[in-house]
Design a protein around this ligand. Structure first.
Ligand SMILES: C[S@@+](CC[C@H](N)C(=O)[O-])C[C@H]1O[C@@H](n2cnc3c(N)ncnc32)[C@H](O)[C@@H]1O
Length: 277
């Protein structure tokens, strides 16, 4: 049966811990550069490739997970900028891919769309800043998802985004790097509270499945852990929001552009979009 779920009730959590974005560490595998490797990118180092290859050996369809997640992000941003008329995006966890980035997809639909990228990986930020150098409607900031008030209060973020108007907050493939002890629900709730009515939250997240357990250990060596969650736990991030159709589903099944194949159902990444009433 396909997982599909409306946002269940839960108690909203509180605040977050203070975390300073790290320096460029070339000896520790970086989850951003490993993701780049899965997607066939060139912005990765031997230490990342070695760790990513271990994950691939243990979870052969991790590349398909990365590609499906990236495709979901593209479809979702087109939906938000197009059907929903969203003109401002807060993309927390930029990632390294240099094609079909959020600002490119959104600005293709609305050239005046404004985007703030946040990431805690210095290499991601260097790339983002180079890519955005001549784009006045975008901004890339060093920030950590575990410090939401720092992100929301940043003067550059406030200079680009108007929180009194609808905004889309994108948490695509990042919450599975946040431990339960770091209060992921409280973090998400802080963003939801800051969003104006009519705003949207996007979440995608690796699903807790036995097949992914062996790969999880490889991430213990990386700069962030892999924290797998169940469908109910992932749907709970949308507490207080109305899920747009088709709810929280395997990402290839979220408003697909074309036919969905059996292989797509092996992709243990769940995603959805919720609207703040
Ligand atoms: C798997 S990539 C996802 C990139 C993009 N959102 C996508 O879905 O294609 C995860 C990104 O999250 C970033 N990241 C991980 N933990 C983070 C944190 N605590 N705060 C900010 N960014 C974080 C990594 O540096 C990496 O760029």
């Amino acid at each position: 049966m396909m997982p599909r779920m409306d946002a269940p009730e839960r108690d909203p959590g509180q605040g977050s811990q203070s975390v300073v974005p790290g320096h460029l560490d070339l000896s520790t595998p970086s989850v951003a550069r490993m993701y780049d490797y899965y997607l066939g990118g060139k912005d990765n180092l031997p230490v990342d490739r070695e760790c990513a290859e271990e994950v691939i050996r243990k979870t052969p369809h991790v590349r398909l997970m990365a590609r499906s997640n990236r495709d979901f992000l593209g479809r979702a941003v087109r939906f938000l900028a197009g059907e929903c008329g969203i003109t401002q995006f807060l993309d927390i966890e930029t990632g390294l891919p240099t094609q079909s980035n959020v600002h490119q997809v959104a600005q293709e639909i609305n050239p005046r769309a404004r985007v703030v990228y946040v990431d805690n990986d210095p290499l991601v930020l260097a790339h983002a800043r180079a890519l955005l150098a001549d784009n006045p409607n975008t901004h890339a900031m060093a920030g950590d998802l575990r410090e939401p008030l720092h992100i929301l209060g940043d003067p550059h973020v406030r200079g680009v985004l108007i929180f009194g108007e609808p905004v889309a907050v994108l948490l695509c493939a990042v919450l599975h790097f946040i431990r339960d002890s770091e209060d992921p629900y409280g973090i998400v709730d802080t963003f939801i509270r800051a969003m104006a009515p009519g705003s949207y939250l996007l979440v995608s997240h690796a699903e807790q499945r036995r097949a992914l357990m062996p790969a999880r250990a490889a991430y213990d060596r990386a700069n962030a852990p892999a924290v797998l969650r169940t469908l109910v736990e992932i749907a709970s991030f949308f507490y207080g929001l109305r899920l747009v159709e088709p709810g929280v589903v395997y990402v290839p099944l979220w408003r697909p552009d074309g036919p969905v194949y059996t292989d797509d159902l092996r992709v243990p990444v769940l995603g959805g979009i919720g609207r703040k009433p």
